[in-house]
Design a protein around this ligand. Sequence first.
Ligand code: NIG
Ligand code: FE
Length: 410
Amino acid sequence: MTLFGIAAKRLVTCDPARATPVDPLGVVEDGAVVYDERSIRWIGPRVQAAADVRMVDYGDRVVTPGLVDAHTHAAWVGSRHDEYAMRMAGADYRAIASAGGGILSSFRAVSAASEEEIAEALASRLRRMADLGVTTCEVKSGYGLEPDGERKQLRAIGVAKVAAGVPHVVSTFLALHALPESAKSNRDHYVLRVATSLVPEVGRSKLADFVDAYVDQNAFTVDEARIVCEAAKHAGLGVRLHVGQFADVGGAQLCAELGALSADHLENVDEAGIAALSRAGVAAVLLPVASFTLGQAPPPVAALRAGGVSLVVASDANPGTAPTESLPLAMSLAVRMYGLTPAEAILGATRLAAASLGLAGGASGRGVLAPGAHADLVVWDLPHEHAIVQPWGAPKALHVLRDGARIGSR
Ligand code: NIG
Ligand code: FE
């Protein structure tokens, strides 16, 4: 079997086995990583790599694990530039949503599109994300709202997932996102139908790995989300929830109760909610592009950190609250707006993000440069890993590998 290698000045492994208090990223200086067409085989000093390895030396550059975007709504079509302009002129996101815009506007665009059109838009977006350094991407449905629409969006994610040159995709059935017009007068029936019919079907047909629900004021209640998430667990699906984007309605406690892998957003969460996440080991997925776009105050990052809650950083890529495809942008805002250290932002977009998707350690491990993990990595055209979190607004990834094969950049 042919072995390949990449050598560089700084190999940022993100491997807990190499991390120390002064070096939380476990950097190997003047290092080399050796891999086959799937997995990493060896990591060590540049000079010790075996002679029969096909080695490319990237000189003074930096290598990190491939980035892992743990929260996106990337399977969208259409554009919401009109409501963005309204919001910038002072209109409120939730008022626009109540008037039939927002999520319902993307629902109409997704309803009018074919499965192939959605898959094509998503695959193109995923390839652009790969050019930015992303090698694993979670993608939610949630713009279908009606059973047929959700099925169509999930199938489109399944098609894009196997397209050439895309990151590894983890798919999430966003089961409760907004009430479609047809369900306005029969909310309980809508929630029950999702829980008793659609969730079991998605589990059986393996159309998704996770179930998500938008638990918030003007969205869905803890009790409604619980019904759907219990059904998800019964169907063998993992749980991750939108929690506290606008108001703390107890979503963090629900995540803890359900053993969810992540609680996402958390701009509004109180001490009891943080304690619940900490006790249950639920990761916090921070989405700074959304709070930047909405002009919101940051989540209580210092309290989450003090509680030992794992801090993940994700893009939230969606046409409303986070019109971006860039996880590096989210990382730079996490540092600038949320006060994460560069090392925290890097871990939060690699190993900790992978763990929040159930991809930690062993043969399924991603987001880490360690023997046995998938050969997902980025060579950055940058002199130091701390430069990754500067707001470049331009791709800085030079070479992006997923499972040992090149998927992105020049
Ligand atoms: O994560 N808050 C709910 N969902 C998305 C926004 C979706 C949209 O506006 O289309 C979010 O911010
Ligand atoms: Fe979201």
